[in-house]
Ligand binder design. Structure first.
Ligand code: HEM
Ligand code: HEM
Length: 232
């Protein structure tokens, strides 16, 4: 049980936390930024190893719309995270200071551009696997189904979606995703906690959208009930 909780819940949570911390470059400074980023990449190896079955069974079984969507998200995520990884290695000034490969502005820009896209895709990825996260949590905490809990969680999702939309605008995420220069840098001398709260809300809001999109694809893929025909 401890192993299940560690690899399926704690590990992704620590990875997501490292990702959000890495975004606070101007609060952390270069050294800690690179350490948190490197930690995320290190944990990613463990995460991919834990989920190796998904890669091994990729050519087995039937493909419906939901499964295709997951394959597309994973491919997009893998490409994007590879770009982030290689640009990190190229521009490193602390962890790999002894090789310091380049300080080319285009590579640096590609580094942050890919970083913001990674955040967005990971939010989609988390949402697309949220059903599994909830099932694992229920197993670990030995929860039995509850209508009150389901409705409370639905209400909470609606709140997350609303706050995520607001935070998306506050952080200027759309500019950051369009390779545009956002002059809106977070003023860490004024406040720190809201920066993390806003990024968490953006990730949660996108994850909620992704979760419900996946649920819609899942129910669209289900064969229609024959109850009317069978009733006779
Ligand atoms: C910060 C980065 C990431 C976070 C927070 C994250 C989170 C999650 C979560 C919560 C799950 C469901 C629980 C589980 O099965 O372990 C999951 C599953 C999975 N993740 Fe990630 N993930 C990240 C990065 C990646 C990357 C870069 C890949 C590579 C493409 C990846 C591939 C997978 C696979 C293959 C599964 C299992 C899918 C399945 O069996 O249906 N993840 N991830
Ligand atoms: C989770 C992974 C990472 C994310 C999300 C990320 C994100 C970012 C962002 C957003 C910036 C720009 C800060 C700004 O100017 O507003 C940045 C800068 C930087 N990152 Fe990362 N990073 C990650 C991992 C790494 C790693 C692993 C390294 C090196 C080992 C690295 C090295 C750097 C350096 C040297 C800069 C400064 C570039 C400059 O403006 O001169 N990053 N990163």
């Amino acid at each position: 049980m401890l192993r299940l909780a560690t690899s399926r819940l704690l590990l992704p949570a620590v990875m997501a936390a490292s990702l959000i911390l890495s975004l606070a470059y101007w609060w952390l400074d270069n050294g800690p930024h690179e350490i948190f980023g490197t930690a995320m990449f290190g944990l990613l190896v463990w995460h991919v190893y834990t989920n190796r079955r998904w890669f091994v069974t990729i050519r087995i079984g039937r493909y419906d719309a939901r499964r295709w969507a997951v394959v597309i998200i994973h491919t997009w995520l893998a490409i994007n995270i590879t770009v982030l990884f290689f640009t990190s290695v190229l521009i490193s000034r602390s962890v790999l200071s002894f090789i310091q490969l380049t300080d080319n502005v285009s590579v640096i820009e590609l580094h942050w551009f890919s970083a913001y896209w990674v955040v967005l895709i990971i939010a989609i990825h988390i949402g697309s696997h949220w059903k599994r996260v909830m099932a694992t949590t229920a197993t670990v905490l030995r929860l039995s189904p509850s209508r009150i809990r389901t409705n409370s969680l639905r209400l909470f999702s609606a709140l997350l979606l609303a706050s995520g939309t607001w935070s998306f605008a506050v952080l200027g995420v759309s500019t950051k995703l369009m390779f545009g220069y956002s002059l809106e840098f977070w003023e860490f001398t004024a406040s720190v906690t809201p920066f993390f709260a806003h990024w968490t809300a953006v990730i949660a809001g996108v994850a909620v959208l992704s979760y419900y999109s996946m649920a819609a694809l899942r129910s669209a893929g289900k064969p229609r009930s024959h109850s009317n025909n069978c009733a006779t």
